[in-house]
Design a protein around this ligand. Sequence first.
Ligand code: ZN
Ligand code: ZN
Length: 290
Amino acid sequence: MGKPVWTNYHSHTRFCDGTDEPEMYAKAALEQNVAIYGFSTHSPLPFANAWSIKKEAVDEYVNAVKAVKEAYADRLEVYLSMEVDFVPGLTSVQDPIIVGLGLDYTIGSVHYVEQFDDGSHFEIDYTHSYFDKGIEEIFKGDVQKAVTRYYEITRQMLTEAKPDILGHLDKIKMHNKAKLHFQERENWYRDAVIETLELASKTGVVMEVNTRGMYKKLSDEPYPSAWVLKEANRLGIPVMINSDSHHPREITGEFETAAQILLDAGYKEVRIFKEHSWQDKPLTTKGIIL
Ligand SMILES: [Zn+2]
Ligand SMILES: [Zn+2]
């Protein structure tokens, strides 16, 4: 049995809202006992925003990742991907620009729920005060409506434009750390999550356990929460651990915690992408046995 190593398939660089050149992450990945690393810049969006890659920079991004892939070929398995936004009717993994890139795999994420009166899209992944403004102005103060809609859009993504990896399933809870808006045990919340999991289990999508909320102190639990992972295990949904790293030091942030949570939820294996195929490998708290 080989020594355990980590994998990370969800990561950002200076091409979107990350900090450094791709090579810096490859270097840091090796230092953090990572054997397989996927780059997944935020896909270009058809409206103004502060964090996704610009359409004009996509070729440069692809070439930069390919250069790292070659330079590290003997040390690190490197993949080219994107975290593709799902905005109903506007963008998804099926966009010709995405399909045309021939990415090794795709991550699908929901960051936007409806629009303000001025047409700007309501981003659930921003500040608490902005979140409150969206709840007030778009949902008339009804947070349940907003959260329910968020899960509806997630299900629409799984039905209409299924990615390979389902990004941070319950990220909307990052505004609920202080439990001011809702309790996850409330029936309506559980129902929205379970309905989404049941659909996910039928699609074959790999659900990520995203540790970013934990190491950024936005959440006490990974995305998704431990109870969700227990339900996911019951439904046989394959999972993987990702850090959603934006800085090289974040690449394996809280991975041991996430591994323990998965083991406690009943998972014995994670699904990884290795040698261009999806494979299930044993998980320990110190890493994955390739
Ligand atoms: Zn995201
Ligand atoms: Zn991300």
